[in-house]
Write a protein that binds this ligand. Structure first.
Ligand SMILES: Nc1ncnc2c1ncn2[C@@H]1O[C@H](COP(=O)(O)OP(=O)(O)OP(=O)(O)O)[C@@H](O)[C@H]1O
Ligand SMILES: [Mg+2]
Length: 276
């Protein structure tokens, strides 16, 4: 049975929006729009996932949110700041975990340096590392469950370990909003479960606002307040009970997606080998 109450709760929460995106379009080459007329709002403490096929503009959208790219048209507000005008201030309050494929896995640096980059993001690139930065960076690595990696070369870690270090870097910002680009890729099931637990604890205990891109939504589906189906435009956005329907999935992926409805009424997409 679909619970009308949780849908209502999600809608009411959006009153205190911390992310507002209004009629945003974006193109890399000035011609073809990668994103078309995107509008949505995320409330404080909302756990939001973004799903869509490869090349649908998911990473582009979150790069716009943190000011790594500027909208061609439209306007974005993050905690009352405009990321296009003031990306530094936005990056002080947003912890960003990039898509693993987009960073060099052979960075000749130690794990501690990677996590401390989160502190630099908070304080400014020319700031000096203080004992409290070291404390916060170590705490972040501990929080994601791998404190023993502190002195290891980043390049010597497995894909899943690198992901955890990148999450620790995002947490070291001491952010108000966490923006994650495929945090579960390259992770085995127990590691995935531990990250889901961490994200849920951040939401429940610290009221963290979390926006995450996922290919497989199933590990977090029951924890989500909001879900966006994206394919260059917003196909659907709202509570996952409303958004995950055969019709919207077909519209998003361009082919029927097999689904299984669980006893709580959630429609679980089985995307299988549709994604790498
Ligand atoms: N720097 C860039 N220059 C030109 N085109 C780009 C650039 N980055 C991405 N694109 C193009 O923009 C479109 C959207 O890319 P984006 O990386 O946002 O997709 P995505 O939904 O994150 O895909 P994936 O699931 O593969 O990570 C794609 O067609 C991609 O080729
Ligand atoms: Mg991407």
């Amino acid at each position: 049975m679909i619970s009308g109450k949780s849908v209502q709760e999600a809608l009411e929460k959006k009153k205190g929006a911390v992310v507002r995106v209004e009629k945003v379009s974006f193109s890399y080459d000035g011609r073809v729009d990668v994103l078309k007329n995107i509008s949505f709002e995320v409330g404080r403490g909302d756990f939001t996932a973004i799903m869509g096929p490869n090349g649908s503009g998911k990473s582009t959208l979150i790069k716009l949110l943190i000011g790594l790219l500027k909208p061609t048209t439209g306007r974005i507000e993050v905690m009352g700041l405009d990321p296009a005008e003031d990306p530094r201030s936005v990056q002080r309050v947003v912890g960003y975990m990039p898509q693993r494929d987009s960073i060099s896995k052979n960075l000749p640096v130690k794990v501690s340096d990677v996590v401390l980059l989160g502190r630099m993001s908070r304080k400014g690139p020319l700031s000096i590392t203080t004992p409290s930065d070291l404390r916060e960076a170590k705490r972040a690595l501990e929080y994601v469950g791998v404190p023993e990696l502190w002195n290891r070369p980043f390049s010597a870690l497995s894909g899943g370990q690198q992901q955890k270090v990148l999450l620790a870097r995002a947490l070291a910002v001491e952010p108000q909003i966490l923006v994650l680009d495929e945090p579960f890729s390259a992770m085995d099931v127990p590691s995935q479960e531990s990250i889901v637990e961490i994200l849920n604890a951040l939401k429940e205990e610290r009221g963290m606002t979390i926006i995450t891109i996922v290919h497989d939504v199933n590990p977090i589906l029951h924890h989500l307040d909001l879900l966006m189906l994206l394919n260059r435009r917003v196909v659907a956005f709202g509570h996952p009970l409303e958004v995950l329907t055969d019709r919207y999935l077909l519209e998003t992926y361009g082919a029927p997606v097999r689904t299984v409805t669980c006893e709580s009424g959630y429609c679980h997409p089985i995307l299988g080998d549709r994604h790498a």
